[in-house]
Ligand binder design. Structure first.
Ligand code: PLP
Length: 385
């Protein structure tokens, strides 16, 4: 068996059609899209075409799309760029389980004097709407809540949150990096003001993303310089990657149904197979509102990193919910926010699938996990047997 890649929430394989689309823009069509000559102009046209592909996927206007260097920049730009429009407002609302691209930005703003309200989640990773409603007030400069969680796949009610923000005249941003390309997003039908996406999470290239900004939303540019992206994001365009992102959006539209049926069925079979064959394990995160490709499973009494190392021997790639910081294994902030017990949070593994996975790969993992878990439990200092 070749490498079995089930770490698609970390990054995805670039679709070969995306690569083909990008190739001419390195050595042949290398003109600057801002140049007056038609050699550069044809690149500009291709960028506009890519922008159209993004708008088709998100159902928005092309003037509302700003190309960025990825999800992290889009998140930073949305949060930082909104604050100066509301200088008298001093509070930012986010959730406890955001990606560091949002949480670290908020931490920095806390150091600069902002109050940060981090909305908690319950044991199943669900967003607490009551606490949110209580926190949302006239002092709020921006609300930034992710659409889907990268570790558990739990989907938040962002459309409802956006509606509440609209009623209070508070700008709403969502980090939709894990949602776009996996579940339908329709910006015509909701009140979301800003939304971040990242190319490499849905078979596009790395280092390219989008910040969607609804017409009329007040946003200061985050990167200053030339007039690119209508003066909203300076710097010569990353042309090949923009072209690749456009193609990835086209393909995402095409494969969305498959993502929600075939990939979901494989994920469900993998999850059931592991739960059935490995004792003392459980799924983290509510299963009724979850990305179709993600399962996060805790194996009690063993460490996630040890499981990953054993899986690596069989060339199985996944992720662990604990990270090694200063020599001690710390469970992830997401699982801690959910209140997952220490012994379970430590042994959590995230499997995230894509359209490139096969039924044979699912069988392979279901076959390999029980002996791995059994072996590690025999060695575990926590074990009860
Ligand atoms: N937001 C979420 C939810 C993510 O999962 C990630 C990447 O893991 C990011 C933001 C950052 O995106 P990028 O890698 O494009 O900077």
């Amino acid at each position: 068996m070749n490498t079995v890649y089930m770490d698609n929430n970390a990054t995805t394989k670039t679709d070969p059609q995306v690569r083909e689309e990008m190739l001419p823009y390195f050595c042949d069509l290398y003109g600057n899209p801002s140049s007056m000559h038609s050699f550069g102009g044809q690149v500009g046209q291709k960028i506009n075409q890519a922008r159209e592909s993004v708008t088709n996927l998100l159902k928005c206007k092309s003037s509302e799309i700003i190309f960025t260097s990825g999800g992290t920049e889009s998140d930073n730009a949305a949060i930082m760029g909104t604050l100066s429009s509301y200088p008298q407002r001093r509070k930012i609302i986010t959730s406890r389980v955001e990606h560091p691209a949002v949480l670290t930005t908020c931490k920095e703003l806390e150091n600069r004097g902002y109050t940060i309200a981090e909305i908690p989640v319950d044991r199943d990773g669900r967003f607490d709407m009551d606490i949110f409603a209580h926190e949302l007030d006239d002092n709020t400069a921006i609300v930034s809540i992710m659409w889907a969680n990268n570790e558990t796949g739990v989907i938040f009610p962002v459309e409802q949150i956006a509606k509440m923000c609209k009623q209070k005249n508070v700008p709403f941003h969502t980090d939709a990096v894990q949602a776009v390309g996996k579940i339908p997003v329709n910006l015509e039908k909701n009140n979301i003001d800003m939304l971040s996406i990242s190319g490499h999470k849905f078979h596009g290239p790395k280092g390219i993303g989008v910040l969607y900004v609804r017409k009329g939303t007040r946003l200061s540019p985050f990167i200053l310089g030339g007039h690119q992206e209508h003066g909203r994001r300076a710097g010569t365009e990353n042309t090949a990657s923009i072209v690749g992102l456009g193609k990835a959006c086209e393909l995402a539209e095409k494969y969305m149904h498959e993502e929600n049926t075939r990939v979901k069925a494989m994920r469900d079979r993998l999850e059931k197979g592991i739960l059935k064959s490995c004792p003392d394990c459980m799924v983290n995160g509510c299963t009724d509102s979850r990305l179709p490709n993600t399962t996060n499973i805790s194996f009690e009494y063993i460490e996630g990193e040890a499981i990953l190392l054993m899986m690596d021997r069989f060339k199985i790639c996944a992720s662990s919910g604990s990270a090694c910081t200063s020599g001690s294994l710390e469970p992830s902030h997401v699982l801690r926010a959910m209140g997952i017990p220490f012994t379970a949070a430590h042994g959590s593994i995230r499997f995230s699938l894509s359209r490139y996975n096969t039924e044979e790969e699912v069988d392979f993992i279901i076959d390999k996990m029980p002996p791995i878990i059994k072996r590690l439990r025999e060695l575990s200092p926590f074990i009860k047997v």
